[in-house]
Design a protein around this ligand. Structure first.
Ligand code: HEM
Length: 129
C-alpha cells in the first residue's frame, strides 16, 4: 500500500494541507457548471459524505473491487441527473487540488499513477452507466 503513489499523495495532503473539500468543490463546479446546478441544494454534510466516498474509491489500489459499489451509485445518481462526464470532472477536481497542494512534490510518476487510477474508475463508471 505504501508504494501506491495516489495513496501517498492523499496521505501527504491530509497531513499538510488541511481540509480540501471547499477547494475541491470549487474546482469541480468550475470544470462542470452543470454539476453545480445539480448539487445546488446540497449542504456541507452531504457534500462531505460524497467526497468521503470519492476519496475511498481513489485510495483503493484495486479499482475492480469497486464495480458493485459504482454500479449502485451510478444507478442512484441517475435520478439526480448525473451524467457520465460529470464523474470524470469530480475525479479530475480532486486530482487538480491535490496536485496544487503538493506543489513540487507532485512528480511525473505521481501524475501517471493518478491518470491510471482515474481511467480505471471512469472505465467502470462508463460500463455501469
Ligand atoms: C464517483 C463519484 C461519486 C460518488 C462516490 C458519489 C457518492 C455520493 C454519496 C455517497 C452521496 C450521498 C451522501 C449522503 O446523503 O450521505 C451522494 C449524493 C449526491 N451526489 Fe454524488 N457521488 C459521486 C458523483 C456525483 C456526480 C458526478 C454528481 C453530479 C452532479 C453527484 C451528485 C450528487 C447529488 C445531487 C447528491 C445529493 C442527492 C440527494 O439530494 O439526496 N454525485 N453522492
Amino acid at each position: 500500500m505504501a508504494e501506491d503513489l495516489v495513496y501517498q499523495s492523499l496521505e501527504r495532503v491530509a497531513e499538510t494541507a488541511g481540509d480540501l473539500s471547499d477547494a475541491i468543490y470549487a474546482r469541480y463546479f468550475e470544470l462542470c457548471p452543470q454539476s453545480a446546478e445539480i448539487m445546488s441544494h446540497t449542504d456541507e454534510g452531504m457534500r462531505g459524505r460524497m467526497l468521503d466516498e470519492v476519496f475511498r474509491l481513489l485510495l483503493n489500489p484495486e479499482p475492480s473491487e469497486e464495480i458493485e459499489y459504482l454500479a449502485f451509485e451510478v444507478d442512484n445518481h441517475r435520478a439526480y441527473g448525473a451524467e457520465v462526464h460529470m464523474y470524470g470532472n469530480v475525479l479530475a477536481a480532486v486530482r487538480d487540488v491535490v496536485k496544487g497542494a503538493l506543489g513540487g512534490e507532485w512528480r511525473a510518476a505521481t501524475d501517471q499513477a493518478w491518470a491510471e487510477r482515474l481511467e480505471a474508475l471512469e472505465s467502470i463508471i462508463r460500463k455501469a452507466a
